[in-house]
Structures are given as structure tokens and as C-alpha cells.
Design a protein around this ligand. Structure first.
Ligand code: GAR
Length: 218
């Protein structure tokens, strides 16, 4: 039940651009959520700066999209290292970049204690369903196959579980009769891009605390 107001106690002291949080983005794929966050930061909607894009996949298209924007990138594959060592190297890279927040944007691995405990209550994830429904992989397909009439997306703080951390923002998306898993996923993705920027803006600009499972803004 610790109150937060960022830049908070874990955030490094104000630098030349005081008030702008430094963010590391972790991704494994195309990176559309990363691009949406980068654009929201560039428009001044989110008082943050993406200082590193990190991937477990050296060929992730999201890394190229970061390079196009002049944002430093690193790839630290798990292969040959194992989870613990890979995450230790990721923590070192994130700290070296000066980031105090970590945004998972299509990072398709469950984080281990090395990463989660290094940035307590400072790691965010976006999930393409209304948690706690349909955690894990291919959430949009799971929702479609189940036959729900409403799905959506969730931005949550990351804890040691799989898609289980306290929820910051959710956005609902109706499932239409003529939807396919692909058309549903596309409409959810549009809302993901809005929800992620909204969640980060709220956490960086408003006092907040975690009460049990609830993220409470005052
Ligand atoms: C997004 O739909 C994101 O919610 C999902 O992967 C996609 C990444 O797209 N993440 C998960 O399913 C995590 N459980 P992007 O690379 O275009 O941002």
C-alpha cells in the first residue's frame, strides 16, 4: 500500500529533461504497440522518453522500427544463455540505458524473478483480452472461439504470474457477428495503442497506489 507519484522514489533524480520518465520497451515481434507509445511520447501526451528497445529476437521487426526512429536497440536472445542469465543481462542493459520503467509490448515470454524483482511496480504489460479472461497466448483467438460478445485489452502491472498483475486500464471491444479472429484482433489492437499510452500517462502524472489487487488513483 505504498503511495506513488512519478517521478517516484525508484525513479532516478531529475535529469536535464526532468519530468520525463525513461522507458525501456521489451518486444518480440512487429512492435506496433511500441510505435504507438513512441508517437504518444513524441506528441507530448505521455511525459516519457523511450531510451531502449530490447528484444529476445534479433530479427524482431520492432527493432528495425526503433532504429528508424533513432532509438537505441539491443537483442539478448535466450538461446545459449538460459532464462536467468538472459534476464540478468536484460536488467543490466535497462539500467545502463537509465530506464526506470519497463513496458512489455508483445514480449512473448513470462518474466522470471530476475526481471520482475529488479523493477517492482515499474513493469507494465499489454494483453489483448479483458483479463482475467483469456490469459496466455492468442488471447483474441481464445475469446473468439469461446463466443464472448465483448472482449478488449488490458494494461497491467507485471507480477510473477502470467498476465495476473494489478490492472491499470482496460478497454472493451464488441465482438461482431461477422468478425473473424483476425478482424477482432485488428480492432482490439487499435484500442491497445490507446490504452497503453493512457495507462502510462496516468501512472506518470497521477498519484497512485496498489491496494490489494487494485490500482487506485487519487
Ligand atoms: C499485441 O496484440 C499484444 O497485446 C500481444 O502481442 C501483440 C503484439 O503486437 N501480447 C500478448 O499477447 C502478451 N500476452 P505488436 O508487436 O504489434 O505490439
Amino acid at each position: 500500500m505504498r503511495p506513488h507519484s512519478d517521478p517516484g522514489p525508484r525513479t532516478p533524480g531529475p535529469g536535464p529533461r526532468s519530468g520525463r520518465a525513461k522507458i525501456a520497451v521489451l518486444l518480440s515481434g512487429r512492435g506496433s504497440n511500441f510505435v504507438a507509445l513512441a508517437e504518444a511520447c513524441a506528441r507530448g501526451e505521455v511525459p516519457a522518453e523511450i531510451v531502449l528497445v530490447l528484444s529476445d529476437k534479433p530479427d524482431a521487426p520492432g527493432l528495425e522500427r526503433a532504429r528508424e526512429r533513432g532509438i537505441p536497440t539491443r537483442a539478448i536472445p535466450r538461446k545459449g544463455l538460459g532464462r536467468e542469465e538472459q534476464e540478468r543481462q536484460m536488467v543490466a542493459a535497462i539500467r545502463e540505458a537509465g530506464a526506470s520503467w519497463v513496458c512489455l509490448a508483445g514480449y512473448m515470454r513470462i518474466l522470471g524473478p530476475e526481471l520482475v524483482s529488479a523493477f517492482p511496480e515499474r513493469i507494465l504489460n499489454i494483453h489483448p483480452a479483458l483479463l482475467p479472461a483469456f490469459p496466455g497466448l492468442e488471447a483474441q483467438h481464445q475469446a473468439f472461439e469461446y463466443g464472448v460478445k465483448v472482449s478488449g485489452c488490458t494494461v497491467h502491472l507485471v507480477d510473477a504470474g502470467c498476465d495476473t498483475g494489478p490492472i491499470v486500464v482496460q478497454r472493451a471491444v464488441p465482438v461482431l457477428d461477422d468478425d473473424t479472429p483476425e478482424t477482432l484482433a485488428a480492432r482490439i489492437l487499435e484500442q491497445e495503442h490507446r490504452a497503453y499510452a493512457e495507462a502510462l500517462r496516468l501512472l506518470l502524472t497521477r498519484p497512485w497506489r496498489v491496494e490489494g489487487r487494485r490500482v487506485v488513483f487519487s
